[in-house]
Design a protein around this ligand. Structure first.
Ligand SMILES: Cc1ncc(COP(=O)(O)O)c(C=O)c1O
Length: 388
């Protein structure tokens, strides 16, 4: 995912020390399941889902499976009544063994091969996102069975991951595209946008909601088959920096903007990061040490080709924890297990003495971590276990 120049991650929080119970908890998980591990807490997914429901009342939530495409996450959210945003046949396939109907999905990838559309329809997905006429034409043969959302691009300057460069039509193209769709017998059910992921401020969401409301009103004034849905995407932020992100403060302006929308407009959202990031903890083990110049190097069994891949692709820095709380610390490097020199989790981070076998804990590691990890050097990905 591509970064946005206006966003800078804050300093990485590191916690030194752990209560005996906490330490025992992590050590016993490694004793039972091995290392590296990603530990999914169902209760935290549930808490995030309920928090988002409270912050955005009346908004139907579609979990963006791409953030963490894991059965236990999908199952947990399905049981809470969540719907799903799928962007590929593979994501839709994940629902089948869990007996979750494709009717609970929207297909949000704006660019599709015709066979993707057929597979999605076979899987039960009937709502598709497009952003131009050529993609709309691909939907023509199926127009009587589907609903279409038109994705609009709104670029924000406060997002970590810009999702409006690659996708979305310009707002001024909406009336013309809506007219072209009507002429072809395709019903545009509504508009969708994604202002970008990990949005530091709600301003871009608010501005996009307001612009979409005007566009929908303008199109509907001239159309017998009005638009009835607004999809506000994802982008809702989580607290990687440990600065105490105040959810109520972030969501209030967005909630107020949604309250100003016409009552007959349904609003949906596609949250990924917000639902899963805080629910997953990574456990890695120190496998080797080396003194290089003034720096102490620790080699771990997980790194940026693995669970920490989000540091490269998603531009995030995850809070770390080690159990040793010795105040004597020296500049250290935490490196991953592959042979590549880019595989470094943290550089120049003050660390107490760590020994082989010590654990390094990564917090807030649910979103775009396991999802983008690779098998470079033929190393196994961290095992994912679910607790609670
Ligand atoms: C179309 C779409 N919807 C939803 C999401 C989820 O966004 P977030 O994780 O920021 O909530 C993404 C992320 O890439 C996306 O591309």
């Amino acid at each position: 995912m591509s970064g946005e120049a206006g966003y800078r991650p804050g300093p990485r929080p590191v916690r030194y020390g752990a209560s005996p119970e906490e330490r025992q908890f992590y050590e016993s998980l490694v004793a039972e399941h091995g290392s590296p591990l990603l530990v999914v807490r169902r209760s935290r997914i549930e808490a995030q889902y309920r928090l988002l429901q409270r912050q955005l009342p009346g908004v139907a939530l579609y979990y963006a499976i791409k953030a963490l495409p894991h059965a236990s996450v999908i199952e947990t959210l399905a049981a809470l009544g969540c719907h799903f945003d799928v962007a590929s046949e593979g994501e839709l396939e994940l629902l089948r063994p869990l007996r979750i109907s494709g009717r609970r999905t929207i297909h949000t990838h704006p660019v599709k091969k015709p066979e993707h559309i057929k597979a999605a329809l076979r899987g039960g997905s009937t709502t598709f996102v497009v952003d131009n006429l050529e993609e709309m034409n691909k939907l023509l043969p199926f127009r009587h069975r589907i609903g279409v959302l038109l994705r609009v691009s709104f670029r924000g300057d406060s997002v970590a991951v810009d999702l409006s460069r690659k996708f979305g039509c310009a707002p001024e193209q909406v009336p013309e595209l809506a007219r072209a769709a009507t002429a072809q017998g395709i019903h545009i059910r509504g508009l969708s946008f994604h202002v970008g992921s990990q949005s530091a401020r709600p301003d871009s969401h608010v501005a996009a909601v307001e612009q979409c409301a005007s566009l929908i009103a303008a199109v509907n004034a001239d159309n017998d088959n009005p638009m009835s849905t607004l999809d506000i995407g994802g982008g809702f932020p989580v607290d990687y920096d440990g600065q105490g992100l105040d959810a109520d403060r972030w969501f209030r302006p967005l909630r107020e903007a949604l309250q100003r929308l016409p009552e007959d407009l349904s609003v949906i959202a596609e949250p990924g990061r917000f639902l899963v990031a805080p629910a997953v903890t990574a456990i890695a083990t120190v496998t080797g040490r080396a003194r290089r110049g003034d720096c102490q190097w620790y080699y771990l069994d997980d790194g940026v080709y693995g669970s920490y891949s989000g540091q490269l692709f998603d531009h995030m820095r995850y809070p770390l924890q080690v159990f040793n709380d010795d105040p004597q610390r020296q500049p250290s490097v935490l490196a991953g297990p592959t042979c590549d020199s880019i595989d470094i989790i943290a550089e120049d981070v003050p660390m107490p003495e760590l020994g082989e076998g010590d654990l390094v804990i990564g917090h807030m590691m649910g979103a775009y971590t396991a999802a983008t990890s690779t098998r470079f050097n033929s190393l196994n990905a961290a095992r994912i276990i679910t607790i609670d």
